[in-house]
Design a protein around this ligand. Structure first.
Ligand code: NA7
Length: 554
């Protein structure tokens, strides 16, 4: 036996490679949503032996799990699709400017079919733990069904909003009727006709679901704890001729997104809100309000999300718009937020949301006046009434950004736990790696630009960075990459510095890491990089050009 063969035999004995239940790969990816699919394709193109493990039974991530009625893009469809493949751009047609979940999932399936991705994906495989083996220089994954896999590189593609949370309400499991969470919606059709339906939660998911359910429901009761500022989506269909025009402009569209803070098509106006007269300001607000998508949020004066006075002007405008749409001004009082300004939480875009509350078969329960005391077998009891229901829908959100990491027991070098390291908020380098966790690359993790981004645009950037890094390592014969302590501290401080300039940091929301239903998530923290995607990309490019400075390579 040669020395090399003996070394391999010894390693296999130590790591269990001869164990038929143990799979061995160059790289494993957790998650088969958009980022996992694109990463798989790139690894495959580079000749890496790669495997994707996915908890769901098929591809799609967000679009696989969030099947609730009304679920659709808030980004223009034609800015959301992947840009990397001219063939995909040519062959795929969007039929709406803001495409609905069924079409979005079809798009994910189209990608999986086109690139024959499923042959390298194991479905129904939920990762329970990931442990770094320092001697072998490998990660070992273990799955809920008892299976195991090993790889040199661990790439997480687990999404920013993939750990749904139920409300902490006594008796939440006692209800005997139908009960669904928007983020875990069933695959079979759900009918609301003739039923008494409750919705708890009025975030982006709740707003979309409520508007759609109200069209067919017997009676709907909405339990609102915090109202959100919502502005019109203004969706419309895309005729084949218009799709052809869009297709001809793809290069220009993606270039425009590339230069934008959040990779959206709406570019902030270079003026401050106070640079113009009140009349001009009003006219500009009217113009933006009449436009589709995030125009009013992302295309507004440059200071509306950072300066309180500018934000107040925008907020007062939206207040007037909401009031004009409601018949009962007492209901308007409840639906208009009072504890935060417009755009300082994720803005739900709506298609007739406020008009729902003009319907005689819809009731709004303000939980600030009458909190829920418990859920029981037949319905919901608040401090003043018991409501009977046939169905309760929990639109109660997610343990955002770090929640999906926390669900996996991740152990790095020297036995350190990621959960412990991030207990007081994330610490990362570029949001792509964590000191003490070698060879773990986090595609849509905390502290990178993806969270505040038109997400596939940032996914492409992050996957390309990771792919180029792995290629560089292979060419140089390097086996290990890990952020230095200093680089991690400097990046984390930079994330805090850029984040603190946003008014959004003064507000509780999933964007600031607050979830009242999860222990340890009551305090605001800096979850995402707020310096914008262009600056983030530039930083990544500089770091790569300087031999991946800030990373220890070996
Ligand atoms: P969000 O935006 O986190 O919204 C969750 C909603 O659920 C929000 O209105 C919460 O009120 C409400 N909630 C949570 N727990 C309770 C309890 N215990 N009682 C009453 N109400 C509760 O999640 P979404 O799914 O709507 O949206 C997440 C993102 O997905 C969205 O922004 C898009 O980017 C895609 P609270 O505000 O905490 O008072």
């Amino acid at each position: 036996m040669t020395i090399a063969a003996e070394a391999e035999r010894t390693r296999d004995a130590a790591t269990g490679a001869s164990d038929p239940a143990l799979e061995h790969w160059d790289a494993v990816v957790i998650g088969a949503g958009l980022s996992g699919m694109y990463q798989l394709l790139k690894l495959r193109q580079m000749g890496f032996k790669a495997r994707v493990y996915e908890a769901g039974s098929d591809v799609g991530g967000t679009w696989y799990w969030n099947r609730y009625p009304g679920c659709r893009f808030d980004s223009e469809s034609w800015t959301y699709g992947f840009s990397f493949s001219p063939e995909v751009l040519k062959e795929w047609s969007w039929s709406e400017h803001f495409s609905g979940q069924p079409d979005n999932l079809r798009y994910c399936n189209f990608l999986a079919d086109k690139f024959d991705l499923r042959r390298d994906i194991t479905f129904d495989a939920r990762v329970k733990a990931a442990t770094w083996d320092d001697a072998a220089g490998e990660w070992e994954l273990s799955f809920e069904d008892g299976g195991r896999a090993r790889a040199r590189f661990l790439i997480t593609a687990i999404g920013p909003l993939s750990a749904p949370t139920m409300p902490v309400i006594p008796g939440a499991g006692d209800f005997k009727g139908e009960a669904w969470h928007t983020g875990l919606w069933p695959h079979h059709p759900v009918s609301f006709a003739g039923k008494r339906v409750a919705v708890i939660g009025t975030g982006a998911s709740g707003v979309q679901a409520i508007t759609e359910i109200a069209k067919t429901v017997g009676h709907l009761t909405v339990f609102q704890r915090t109202p959100n500022w919502c502005t019109p989506l203004r969706n419309s269909r895309i005729a084949p001729e218009e799709m052809a025009e869009i297709r001809a402009r793809y290069a220009e569209i993606f270039a425009q997104c590339r230069d934008n803070w959040g990779c959206f098509i709406h570019t902030a106006d270079p003026r401050h809100a106070t640079d113009v007269t009140p009349e001009e300001r009003e006219a500009f607000f009217e113009k933006l309000y009449a436009m589709p998508g995030f125009a009013f949020w992302q295309g507004n004066f440059r200071d509306v999300l950072m300066d309180k006075a500018a934000n107040d002007a925008m907020t007062a405008f939206v207040t007037r718009k909401i009031r004009a749409r409601l018949k009962d001004q007492k209901i308007a009082d409840k639906l208009i937020p009072t504890n935060h300004g417009y755009g300082t939480r994720r803005v739900p875009l709506e298609s007739g949301y406020f008009e729902v509350y003009n319907q005689p078969n819809v009731k709004l329960v303000d939980l600030r006046d009458t909190p829920i005391e418990r859920i029981d077998a037949t319905g919901i009891r608040t401090s003043d009434t018991h409501y009977d229901f046939d169905m309760i829908i929990f639109a109660t959100g997610f343990d955002a950004i770090t929640g999906a990491f926390d669900r996996i027991d991740i152990t790095g070098r020297g036995g350190r736990k990621l959960r412990q390291k991030w207990a007081d908020g994330p610490h990362t380098y570029l949001g792509l790696n964590v000191e003490g966790f070698p060879n773990m690359l986090t595609l849509v993790g905390p502290h990178n630009a993806a969270t505040f981004c038109n997400i596939p645009r940032c996914i492409e950037q992050n996957v390309d960075f990771v792919t180029t890094l792995l290629d560089h390592m292979r060419q140089k014969g390097l086996a290990r990459v890990e952020a230095t302590q200093e680089a991690e501290e400097a990046w984390t401080a930079h994330v805090h510095d850029t984040g603190s300039r946003l008014l959004a940091m003064q507000v509780d929301s999933w964007m600031t890491g607050v979830n009242k239903n999860v222990a340890g998530r009551q305090k605001r923290t800096f979850m995402a990089y707020a310096g914008g995607a262009p600056k983030y990309r530039q930083k990544c490019e500089e770091i790569a050009a300087n031999g991946y400075e800030g990373f220890r390579l070996g």
